[in-house]
Design a protein around this ligand. Structure first.
Ligand code: PLP
Length: 390
């Protein structure tokens, strides 16, 4: 994995994408803006950028180093290999693994200065041993409190027992207790308040720790009292928002584009794509978009939603295939083969957001973004000059 390919960086975006069927553009100025806005919003808390799932589909190899350059202090991912990939992409600041890992992961984590969330004594001891062997002791570990979401984590009494055990180990220090909120994007905050209370109880039982972190994007923006020592912001960095969350000035980073591969006429009664599920009722003009469900553009979007072409919203017609689908461009002037189509992003003053796409298929913007496949090249640019690709 590389953060730049010499043939592309420094090139204007138009020439870099001229011979691409489909791609993702990342506006690095918008990413910088979002990092600064969330930094301001977080006040005294450290901002931990959540770049799991390939930076929510944006491309972690581009996003990680760009966020570090923008001053982000810490990073978080869910699985160890994601953390190792961040290091390989050049990220040097602390990286936390939020999800489950194994005692067997200790050596790799320590070798790459990656902080694990430990959930058991055997694992804590393995990290301590690896740290001592590597001459890096003591290394920090975090412990997750299950404060009521009942997913990963330990109950407060188990947290206290693990904290006691960790304090006996020479090779590790307990840097933080943290939790994840189940209803941060709900209008009703009562369960968030309850979860905060459970974490406070865990802290009381476990004794003082240097850090506590519970806030995701929604909580960071909505609840200053829950920012504590660090906030873990994901979605907001990408300029998208959870439900019931006001926008403090975040801007969309990602655009998903394709180059129309064929523009042609279909006559009344003729169908298109698998199953011929759309049949022209009138003389129609359709255009072929070379992206499909293998790219993360869900098959459930068949005959639903729009793509921007010729500066207009053009309806999706027929089934989304693995690699391509059609849009109806009847009556849209001047649409021709080779034109750019916008699946997420802006064209001619019209905008399609990930949230709009999600709305057609009964899901959330998180899933639309995180599901974008690695087949699509990512081009990070500033004002149209390509700076990094992956
Ligand atoms: C994904 C994730 C986050 C980030 O949530 P956003 O709503 O995207 O800000 C924070 N913490 C944990 C544990 C996560 O898994």
């Amino acid at each position: 994995m590389t953060t730049s390919s010499p043939g592309t960086t420094g090139t204007p975006l138009e020439s870099a994408t001229r011979a691409l069927n489909a791609w993702i553009e990342l506006e690095l100025d918008a990413l910088d803006n979002n990092a600064h806005v969330l930094r301001e919003t977080a006040g005294d808390a450290t901002v931990m950028a959540v770049v799991k799932a390939n930076a929510y589909g944006h491309g972690a190899d581009v996003v990680g180093p760009a966020l570090e350059a923008a001053g982000i202090e810490r990073f978080a991912v869910v699985f160890l290999p994601e953390a190792v990939a961040l290091r390989e992409a050049g990220v040097t600041r602390p990286v936390l693994v939020l999800g489950h890992s194994f005692a067997e992961d200790a050596e790799t984590a320590v070798a790459h200065d990656i902080t694990l969330t430990v959930d058991g004594e055997e694992q804590a001891a393995a990290v301590a041993d690896a740290a001592l062997r590597a001459g890096k002791a003591p290394v920090p570990v975090h412990v997750k409190v299950d404060s009521g979401m009942h997913r990963f984590g330990l109950a407060p009494d188990e947290v206290a027992a693990l904290a006691d055990r960790v304090r006996t180990l020479e090779g590790v220090t307990l840097e933080a207790l943290w939790t994840h909120l189940a209803n941060a994007d709900h209008e009703d905050d009562s369960f968030t308040i309850e979860q905060d209370r459970v974490v406070a109880e865990a802290v009381r039982l476990a004794g003082p720790v240097p850090m506590r972190h519970i806030a995701n994007t929604a909580t960071t923006i909505r609840h200053p009292e829950f920012r504590y020592d660090a906030v873990r912001t994901g979605l907001g960095l990408y300029g998208a928002l959870p439900d019931h969350t006001p926008n403090p000035g975040l801007q969309r980073v990602l655009s998903m584009k394709a180059r129309l591969a064929r523009v042609f006429d279909v006559s009344p009664g003729e169908g298109v794509s698998y199953g011929l599920t759309w049949v022209a009722e009138r003389q129609s003009r359709v255009a072929l978009v070379p992206i499909g469900y293998a790219d993360g553009y869900h098959r459930a979007l068949s005959n639903r939603g729009h793509v921007l072409a010729g500066g207009r919203r053009c309806p999706i017609v027929g089934r989304i295939c693995m690699d391509q689908f059609l849009i109806d461009v009847t009556g849209v002037p001047g649409v021709s083969e080779g034109d750019e189509a916008v699946l997420i992003g802006e064209q001619g003053g019209e905008t399609i957001t990930a949230a709009e796409v999600a709305g057609h298929i009964d899901t959330i913007n998180y899933e639309v973004l995180a599901g974008l496949n690695r087949r699509l090249p990512r081009l990070g640019h500033r004002k149209g000059i390509v700076e990094a690709t992956c």
